[in-house]
Design a binder for this molecule. Structure first.
Ligand code: MN
Length: 481
């Protein structure tokens, strides 16, 4: 835990960087926290160091790493915001303020405190997405060191991690972080099941490796003849996702179809399609298993081709195909985009466009004034999966799974939602509570004198539509059914 070790890690990806700022942040934080210790008995600064170290794994820029070192200074030490700003300037101050909690005494209930702290952090994220990356790294280190807290604290922190932080990491496409948060929460909440499951997984791993290796050899021999550059990777396991499958299907571990998977990484998009063609010509795909997330990326930027095929030995194997760049984005999500800034390639021109959904979603959340409603919407919105629906003009919109035509109307524009009286899906008239599926073409019919009715609250699924309708009803003196 030395300044030199951090600096070396940073210089490994930005070779000729000026390191003065990082050194200053290191010393300032170490000094400011010198009187504090953690529950583990270690120096408090070890936590700040660890958070910075996690963000260095993601190869983030120097202001973010500095802010990580300093992230608890304003919350936990006597240093004032003014003094901090003089030392480190506006950019780092705003990042640290974004992750600083509001003082405890300002709240009358736990719900209110949780809701307002999330609201504050998300607003700061809308202005600068690096705020959420620091917060996630902070939570990851706290989860890694959870064993030093009381059982009760462990449970409540694990619960919040599982319902809010992990889904958020998933939404942002940072899969490695999401998987670790989930597994650590699972371990804290159900230690016996966790131990049992990891032992079982370990016991079957030899067999799985064997099946995978033989499929891989088979695959490689086919692909080698094509001359297309590629590498094949095995996929890693997420204990919690297996556990969740067991719960939702109400089946023991032995009966869970634990799908085996490989990834094929190549150089260009055209080669992804060429390779999936080769895969399908040698291995029979399962009907309906092919999904093209290259043409239709997920909201969290994820892109890949997915298909499920049968090996010569009769095993079912999931295959994902992607370019190197897509692979990086799928592992690091939005965090990958700060790496472009560092390189000679310059910024990703479409970055702002790509994270607009996040800003928009945060904006919608601000409409929810009651703490309970805010937290509920936050949780449910993040749990929902998405489907892709087309407008008649061929524009594609990602909306939460389960959304109705009325939700779609509100997703286009709140004006459209408020004046909606019907919808046509794939050229057929449908009702406002019709549930949309991926690939549907949906045309919203509006009328000037049409307006929201109290029963609409029950028709919509997303927090955004619900809050818009409630606001309209309030403003027009109408009450919900
Ligand atoms: Mn912290």
């Amino acid at each position: 835990m030395t300044y030199e070790a951090l600096a070396e890690k940073y210089l490994a990806y930005v070779p000729d960087a000026d390191m003065a700022l990082l050194e200053k942040a290191y010393k300032f934080s170490e000094n400011a926290h010198s009187a504090q210790t953690r529950a583990s008995g270690e120096k408090y600064f070890s936590h700040c160091y660890a958070v910075a170290d996690i963000l260095l794994d993601y190869k983030l820029d120097q202001p973010t790493v500095c802010a990580a070192l300093l992230h608890d200074v304003l919350e936990d030490t006597p240093v004032s915001t003014e003094q901090f700003n003089r030392e480190f300037g506006e950019e780092i101050t705003q990042l640290v303020l974004g992750v600083t909690k509001i003082e405890h005494f300002k709240f009358t209930s736990v719900d209110e405190e949780t809701a307002e702290n999330w609201r504050k952090m998300l607003l700061a994220t809308a202005a600068d997405v690096r705020v959420i990356l620091i917060k996630l790294a902070d939570r990851l280190h706290n989860m890694r060191t959870l064993q030093f807290l009381t059982r009760e604290r462990q449970q409540s922190i694990a619960e919040e991690t599982l319902t809010l932080y992990a889904p958020l990491a998933q939404r942002l496409g940072i899969f490695s972080l999401k998987a670790e948060l989930e597994d650590l929460s699972f371990k804290a909440q159900h230690p016996a099941e966790y131990a049992d499951l990891s032992a079982k997984l370990e016991a079957t791993s030899a067999k799985r490796r064997e099946v995978l290796e033989s499929f891989r050899a088979e695959l490689e021999s086919r692909l080698a003849q094509s001359g297309i550059p590629h590498r094949v990777l095995a996929r890693t396991k997420n204990l919690y996702s297996i556990y969740r499958k067991m719960q939702s299907q109400n089946r023991p571990f032995e009966e869970i179809q634990d799908s085996l998977g490989v990834r094929i990484i190549t150089d260009t998009v055209a080669n992804c399609y060429a390779l999936v063609g080769l895969v399908h010509s040698h291995f029979k795909p399962l009907a309906g298993s092919f999904t093209d997330y290259i043409a239709l990326p997920k909201m969290n930027l994820y892109q890949s081709l997915h298909t499920t095929v049968v090996s010569a030995a009769g095993d079912i194997v999931e295959v994902q195909l992607r370019t190197e760049e897509m692979h990086r984005t799928s592992e690091y999500g939005i965090a990958a985009h700060w790496r472009y800034k560092l390189g000679k390639a310059g910024k990703d021109a479409h970055f702002d466009e790509k994270i607009n959904w996040l800003r928009q979603w945060i904006e919608w959340l601000q409409d929810l004034t009651s703490p309970r409603e805010f937290l509920e919407t936050l949780r449910t919105d993040m749990e929902l999966q998405q489907v892709f629906v087309f407008t008649p003009k061929g524009e594609v919109k990602a909306i939460p799974k389960g959304s109705t035509t009325l939700d779609f109307a509100f997703a286009i524009h709140s004006e459209i939602g408020e004046h909606c009286f019907g919808a046509r899906v794939n050229n057929k008239m449908v009702s406002l509570d019709y549930e949309l599926k991926s690939g549907d073409i949906c045309e919203i019919l509006t009328r000037k004198n049409s307006s929201p009715r109290p029963d609409w609250v029950k028709i919509v699924r997303t927090g955004r539509s619900r809050s818009r309708i409630r606001r309209y009803l309030r403003e027009h003196g109408l009450s919900e059914d």
